[in-house]
Design a protein around this ligand. Sequence first.
Ligand code: ZN
Length: 333
Amino acid sequence: MKPASILIVLVLVVAVAGGVAAQETPLNVVATTTLVADVAAQIGGDLVVVSSLLPPDTDTHAYQFTPQDVARVSQADLLLVVGAGYETFLGRLLESAGEIPSVVVSEGVAILPVHAEDDETTAGEPLGVLGQGLVCEGEEDEAAHDGVEHHDHAHGVCDPHVWMDPANVMIWAENIAAAFAAVDPINADVYRANAVAYIAELEALDAELRALVETLPRERRMLVTNHVALNYFAHAYDFDIVATVLPGVSTGAELSPQALIELVELLRAQSVPVIFAEVTANLQLAQLAAQEAGVTLVADLYTEALSDAGGPAATYIDFMRHNTRTIVEALGE
Ligand SMILES: [Zn+2]
């Protein structure tokens, strides 16, 4: 045996004997969005290096991955995705990046429909639970690939913006802790403890947001948003979704002139005071609708991503605080 080989054997023996030393290299985790990355960083602490595929202040619906993104994902130990059809680019990305272990953090979340069928002014009732027999439209191809018939599946156009209710992010925290523990079982207790602590913070956040919303009379809790993004918020905090400017779940949806006229009529009939739009929005249509209906446009919501570190929504908790304050203040005036 050459001296160099002996050294390598010695290092290996020391690493195994040291137990935890075997995980000295932190897990390399890539999350699709900054929201998932923030939660993952809370759970992973020093044991995990988390990065977000999409940068802050970006619109996931308009994202197209680059060769550099493919390279980053292919080097990851674990990829964390929202699921529910949110990452429409995921299939093509994984085709290019290869088989990376990936975890859908929203598994176990009750998924709301994009539009309620019976009553247009509510956020609707859940279509089913993700990971428990619900197939979201856009993910059906994937389900078909395994060659199994899925007659017992509930189908629907899922709203993937589940993080707009902190209760769902508590489920993310549990799923992420379990995913980290599966890859790094030695530190399972640390991930579990971090999740418990973070969930306590989310419970405090939820209580804070609930108290804030309570200051707004029920009849003022009317939401008109640029695209379908606040269903879970409305469901959690008892708001009505009166309308959205863009009809679909994506910011890439189109609006016909007839639909714009109908929207303006609806805004006038319901005496809606505000249209809310996300900071990343193309505001042309929302501006036009607000102008025609004579209502205020507040284009200050963060819906798909965190702000950069200096902005008002640099963590998930600040993101929810900022959005809820913006909504309550605008509707309270
Ligand atoms: Zn969205």
